[in-house]
Design a binder for this molecule. Sequence first.
Ligand code: GLU
Length: 277
Amino acid sequence: MKARKVTAAAAAVLALSVSATACGSDDKDDKGSGGGKKITIGIKFDQPGVGLKTPDGYTGFDVDVATYVAKELGYKAGDIEWKETPSADRETALQRGDVKFIAASYSINDERKEKVDFAGPYLLAHQDLLVRSDDKITKGTDLNGKKLCSVTGSTSAQNVKKEIAPKAQLREYGTYSECIDGLGSGAVDALTTDDSILAGYAAQEQYKGKYKLAGLKLTNENYGIGIKKGDSALQKKIDAALTKMVKDKSWEAAVKKNFGPANYKNEPAPKIGDIVK
Ligand code: GLU
């Protein structure tokens, strides 16, 4: 029954997003500053605390970072059109020019840098596990032989296959919220992705007391703002915006507002260009 509810919510979110993009998306210019120009930005729609579409609008740390950056580029909040960019679609969305930039729990790595460029980083997260409260998993290799859920096109899924637990039975879905259903029903033993994302799910009313984070810090995930490859002018502008966001304390305020409710212990603001391996 629970599983059903989540799926229905996801479907509603999807329906909303379709209608939201259907209206007024023809003005996709990126000149900025006045003139009613719009900017299209890629985020996640189903990650509480990070990027979430709600009936009242969009919330999450990535949304706040993106809004700040857009403002520095000359766009008001009302000029922004939000587009859902699931993990597997991010590079393509940038290459096609569907979005001007992406702020969607998007880790900087060499493989992705062959296709897109990144500004930032603006957050350091770590891969972790969401498990049932009574679970005894204490390390990554405990996952071998276990049923694990993650998302196609994510570093989380890749890391499991390559390093963390190559013998885990990994299921890959399109979004993390789909994985949650399986955790409740017992179809999967754990959901793996960044702790920043998992904390948001664990804090949801319907999951409180049922699921917990294992707290393993399996990897370093340096979140960057994805942009089209070769656009170094935009990269410089976004880097400057992120630096300013940290300096004027808006970054800290966004962290508190979005991660505070989930009790997520974030790392300090990273320095621009400083990738933690
Ligand atoms: N940060 C990781 C990634 O970029 C996992 C989260 C996500 O899939 O968005 O792949």
